[in-house]
Design a protein around this ligand. Sequence first.
Ligand SMILES: N[C@@H](CCC(=O)N[C@@H](CS)C(=O)NCC(=O)O)C(=O)O
Length: 258
Amino acid sequence: MIELYHNDMSVCAQKVRLVLAHKKIAWKSRHFNLRAGEQFTPEFLKINPKAVIPVLVHDGAVITESNVICYYLDEVFKELRLMPDDLVDRAQVRVWLTRLDAGLHEHIAVISFCLAFRQQILTRYATDEALESFFKNIPDTAREVVMRDMVINGTASPRLKLAIVAYKKLLADLATALKSSEWIIDSGLSLADFAYLPYVERLEQLQLTGLWTDYPQIENWLQRVRKTSAYQVGMQDWHNLDYIKIMTEADVPLWVFD
Ligand SMILES: N[C@@H](CCC(=O)N[C@@H](CS)C(=O)NCC(=O)O)C(=O)O
């Protein structure tokens, strides 16, 4: 049996659900409300001491890290492979996915919080005391420090500048990859497309499509990947309209598009 601990709008959970959907694998949902802190329960900490989702449990074996989960699923369920046959192409897929772990994943959280979700937290914890106790309740000091910066400084956070620079570079590189190819890897639809779709869609939800107006091939790719049934089942069916609404009201400073 496959169980997935996940969240409807978490980008790295979306990535795993896309792979499950593409391969038509049946799975049992263990959905967590991250804002309510369900990832910090003692039961879940036994499953993943890092207190993050997604986590896949396959016949009792616990697999963490969304990229690792995707590779695992592609190796165990060999139908409808998402890793290319060619070894060089396969290495390229790994390079793209590694790039998410090497900063882009953290950067998308910074962009999301600084532009949109901080408002949700400021509204929910409306007094100084309530906000302070929200920060103090984050069990990991590193996460607490980042959360304080994003919520308090918002669009003035230096972390936001770094994140935007990193995404501009990513979009330029994606545009180059997609210039003469329908998919990120020339040989066809691969894990790279499903890994990046949630991140590019998140930028779109945060009103940042202006970052790729010079790259029509990115918009074309976005529409192309969204036509897959995996998108419908793995992402669209899980869209949380309340969260999307918060993102459509994102407070995007003009310097982002400079
Ligand atoms: N490198 C990890 C990152 C996992 C991660 O950051 N998950 C986020 C959701 S996208 C999470 O669980 N956050 C919990 C929290 O914010 O407390 C992966 O790719 O699985």
